[in-house]
Design a protein around this ligand. Structure first.
Ligand code: H2U
Length: 346
């Protein structure tokens, strides 16, 4: 490790968003007398008659779920955007607004209410990957859709409304800001170098081997050099794929396998069902985007234990993101953890 980055404050550059993060590793020594969040390790039944997402149950909007097994997706009953919204654009002086349409979906990963991704088999996660592929391709093919955001909120401290294993997809008529930033950076690199920014980055990370947490034939999982969240990771295909729809069968399985191992390590870190928001960033669907290299990011909020959460407040709200432990320290910790789930070793 060059310089004294494990002990001294420094800033790191995010090549994907053109932003900086302040790293202050010496601050991990400060005492914590603030808020703690008790995360309850409850075991859940495979079927819960009060759950909106379990098979055969009636959802909040009155629809009845089929008796599904495996994955199941449906249009969100409380969608943030919907088709046919016809609010027109508005501009008066400095005030500006624009109408937005889209389709929001809920994707159940399994009929089994008690599961989470790390507790599912690779074959079951493979079915989730195939569902994400189908949804991305089908929604992205609609003329009014230019962007498809796949994500999961896991754990109630991440705002997840229900423990049933599920994620969401918001597809919409405009391309959101974070995606536009990442697109700009990747396009500039592509136009100058004729190669994908993330291919070059992954190559460098594999050579250095300081932040790689997991690697298989087709994917790496690493703590990005510019990580903001304490145990943030990024899962990247080694091959330059613009979107998840391009993964062949072998690659889908490798993706499922690395997701299982990574989320298992997360659970093992504090021996709890580890909360996070994860999301897939990939090519918008308005036109061809050769510069895009798809990747999935995990942003977990926990810092020191299952009880102490990182807050994005103060300096982070007013200046720019800041972290305490370095990306290398986080990667070392994650690397050292088992890929056998702690609930399956007892
Ligand atoms: P979160 O757990 O990430 O909040 O996702 C659950 C989504 O499920 C949420 O967006 C939707 C909510 O609108 N939902 C339905 O569409 N129907 C229901 O009956 C309950 C929840």
């Amino acid at each position: 490790m060059q310089n004294n980055f494990n002990n001294e404050p420094h800033r790191r550059y995010n090549i994907l968003t053109d932003e900086w993060v302040l790293v202050s590793p010496h601050r991990t020594k400060r005492p914590w007398q603030g808020k703690t969040d008790k995360i309850l390790n409850v075991t859940r039944p495979s079927y819960d008659e009060t759950c909106y997402l379990c098979p055969t149950n009636t959802r909040a909007g009155g629809e009845v779920n089929p008796d599904y097994s495996g994955t199941y997706s449906f249009i969100n009953d409380f969608a943030a955007v919907f088709p046919g919204s016809n609010t027109s654009s508005y501009k008066k002086g400095l005030l500006e607004a624009a109408g937005e349409t889209g389709i929001c979906k809920v994707v159940c990963f399994s009929e089994d209410h008690s599961l989470t991704l790390p507790l599912m088999s690779v074959n079951e996660i493979h079915e989730v990957v195939k569902l994400w592929q189908r949804e991305y391709l089908e929604l992205g093919a609609l003329p009014q859709i230019t962007h498809v955001q796949i994500f999961e909120n896991k754990g109630d401290i991440m705002g997840c409304s229900n423990p049933h294993p599920h994620g969401q997809i918001w597809s919409q008529s405009s391309i959101p800001e974070i995606i536009l930033n990442k697109q700009k950076q990747q396009k500039a690199y592509w136009e100058t170098n004729g190669a994908s920014l993330l291919s070059a980055y992954v190559q460098q990370e594999i050579e250095l081997n300081e932040r790689i947490v997991l690697e298989n034939d087709h994917f790496v999982a690493l703590v990005p050099y510019w990580a903001v969240w304490p145990y943030e990771t990024m899962v990247v295909p080694k091959k330059h794929h613009q979107h998840i729809g391009q993964l062949n069968e072998d690659e889908q399985l490798a993706f499922a396998a690395i997701l299982k191992d990574l989320t298992t390590k997360y659970d093992n870190l504090f021996e709890t069902s580890f909360p996070y928001s994860s999301g897939i960033h990939q090519s918008p669907t308005d036109q061809e985007h050769p510069e895009w290299h798809f990747h999935m990011s995990f942003y977990p909020p926990l810092l020191r234990s299952a009880e102490v959460k990182k807050f994005m407040v103060g300096y982070e709200m007013f200046a720019n993101p800041q972290r305490d432990i370095t990306a290398e320290q986080a990667a070392d910790t994650l690397k050292s953890l088992s890929t056998t789930h702690y609930l399956k070793t007892n």
